[in-house]
Design a protein. Structure first.
Length: 104
C-alpha cells in the first residue's frame, strides 16, 4: 500500500476549501482517508490548520506528498502568504492608452 499525502476537496461550488489528508494512493480524491493533517483555504491562499507532527510522522513512514501539499507545507513553515501571479489581462485604462499610441 503506497500512502500519499494529498488534498481532498470539502468546499462548495466556486469556493474551494481543502483538507490535507494521508490516504492510500489507489483511493479516489474524496474517498476514505487514513489521517486528517490539516486544512487549506484556497480562496484566501491561507493555511488554516496544519499538523506538522503528523505530517513528519507520515513522511518518516514513507508517505509521498503531492506537489500542492509540498507548497502548502512550505507556506506553513515560513508563515508567509504566497504571491499570486499577475493577471494576463491589462486593466481597461491601460488598453486604451496602448491603442491610442498605435493609432497616432
Amino acid at each position: 500500500m503506497s500512502v500519499r499525502i494529498r488534498l481532498s476537496r470539502i468546499g462548495k461550488k466556486h469556493v474551494p476549501f481543502y483538507r490535507v489528508v494521508s490516504i492510500d494512493g489507489r483511493k479516489k480524491r474524496d474517498g476514505a482517508f487514513l489521517e486528517d493533517l490539516g486544512t487549506f483555504d484556497a480562496v484566501n491562499s491561507k493555511v488554516v490548520r496544519f499538523d506538522e507532527e503528523g505530517y513528519n510522522r507520515r513522511i518518516g513512514q514513507g508517505a509521498i506528498p503531492s506537489d500542492a501539499v509540498k507548497k502548502i507545507y512550505a507556506q506553513f513553515k515560513t508563515g508567509l502568504k504566497p504571491v499570486k501571479k499577475a493577471s494576463k489581462v491589462a486593466p481597461k485604462g491601460v488598453q486604451k492608452e496602448v491603442a491610442a499610441d498605435v493609432v497616432e
